[in-house]
Design a protein around this ligand. Structure first.
Ligand code: 5AD
Ligand code: SF4
Ligand code: FES
Length: 369
């Protein structure tokens, strides 16, 4: 059954559900197929994105997240401009190729202005070389455009779950937390010209395997360029913690995440897929395992050490005690062990994005008389 599904060109929700449920030899077959496609499409290259967790101030109250507005147990911080620039310099000096500026979600003019200024400064100190991905939540089209014009070229906005009803159970019911709006933002990002990424959490309370299959089809339908998906890790100071006994065990959550990445690589062969940090919470060599199976992006943390503990979306976050330098060396060794090689000094755009750009360009040419 699994073998015949793996030979199909278009997978249905039922097919994907079967793949996500696969065990034993079938599971191995799935992972093997994905690794084979990865090898063919992206080879053994791994691209780095230095991750700057700019601020843990967030206006939202997602029930799963440790830095939600109402969690008073976490010290709020915003990194100074100087520290952001220093981290960018570190990424540039060390040939990371690109960085990610991530923060809680704030929709204000002051925040939009601040990010715009930082983008311009990062571009300046890196001689226009560093690529910049933003992950700063839902914003207006105008703000997305301003940030794009200031130098950001990729944007990550996780849909969290493609099932609207499930989304509504995981968020307060108000205008700030609106699934339709979030989807609209993803389309706006694409329209603005960003390489657009989304992602989900795996193993959420109330989530079914069919939901996860739907998540993968959602990504395919949206025709995303990149994806960051990871296991849900319960956090003590969040409302969702009350369901901790109803969750699937951590090991299973990890395995399910691995299968999700495998199926995603199979149905979207040439996109960029990140091995997210949350994987390492469950398995010390989790990210490496995922790289072997299908991921090709790693985001080493380059947030100044003193703040790393406070960006606690989930508990037991790794790499919070290491300096940027230590983390870099550790990562390099890890990737080598996974049989892969870091591709330094490269933006590492997804082939998927490049191909769609080329297609658009040749389409435009056809329109010219
Ligand atoms: N476990 C795993 N991932 C989480 N995120 C937020 N809270 C958790 C959690 N408890 C993820 C969300 C968000 C990203 C920045 O972090 O998917 O989009
Ligand atoms: Fe804010 Fe994102 Fe956390 Fe939601 S998941 S509370 S938007 S940081
Ligand atoms: Fe960060 Fe090892 S990867 S310390």
């Amino acid at each position: 059954m699994v073998k015949s599904i793996l030979n199909k060109t278009n997978l249905s929700k039922e097919d994907i559900t079967i793949l996500l449920n696969s065990e034993g030899d079938n599971r191995i077959e799935l992972l093997r197929k994905s690794a084979e496609i990865k090898e063919k499409q992206v080879g053994n290259k791994v691209y780095l994105r230095g991750l700057i967790e700019y601020s843990n101030v967030c206006a939202k109250n997602c029930y799963y997240c440790g830095i939600r507005k109402d969690n008073k147990n976490v010290t709020k911080y915003t990194i100074s401009d100087r520290e952001v620039i220093d981290a960018a310099r570190f990424a540039y000096r060390n040939n990371y190729g690109s960085l990610v500026l991530q923060s809680g979600e704030i929709q204000s003019n002051a925040f939009a202005d601040k990010i715009e200024t930082l983008l311009k400064q990062i571009k300046k100190v890196s001689d226009n070389q560093l690529g910049i991905t933003l992950s700063c939540g839902e914003q207006t089209e105008e703000v997305y455009q301003r940030w794009f014009d200031a130098g950001a070229h990729r944007y990550l906005l996780r849909i969290e779950t493609s099932n609207k009803e499930l989304y509504e159970r995981l968020h307060p019911k108000d205008t700030l937390h609106n699934w339709d709006k979030r989807v609209e933002c993803l389309y706006t990002l694409k329209k603005t010209g960003y390489q657009t990424g989304t992602g989900v959490m795996v193993g959420l309370p109330f989530q079914t395997i069919e939901d996860l299959a739907g998540d993968l089809l959602f990504m395919q339908q949206l025709d995303i360029d990149m994806c960051g998906l990871g296991p849900y890790i319960e956090h003590k100071h969040t409302p969702l913690y009350q369901y901790k006994n109803e969750l699937i065990p951590l090991k299973k959550r990890f395995d399910l995440t691995m299968k999700m990445i495998a199926v995603l690589r199979i149905i979207m062969e040439d996109i960029n897929i990140a091995a997210t940090t949350a994987l390492q919470v469950i398995d010390k060599i989790g990210r490496e395992k995922i790289i072997k199976v299908g991921a090709n992006i790693i985001m080493p943390n380059i947030t100044p050490g003193e703040f790393r503990d406070s960006y606690s979306l989930y508990q037991n976050k790794p790499c919070t005690d290491e300096s940027m330098e230590d983390c870099k060396n550790c990562l390099e060794a890890r990737i080598k062990i996974a049989g892969c090689k870091i591709e330094y000094g490269n933006w590492g755009d997804s082939l998927h994005y490049r191909k769609s750009q080329e297609a658009r360009a040749s389409g435009n040419r056809l329109l010219v008389p």
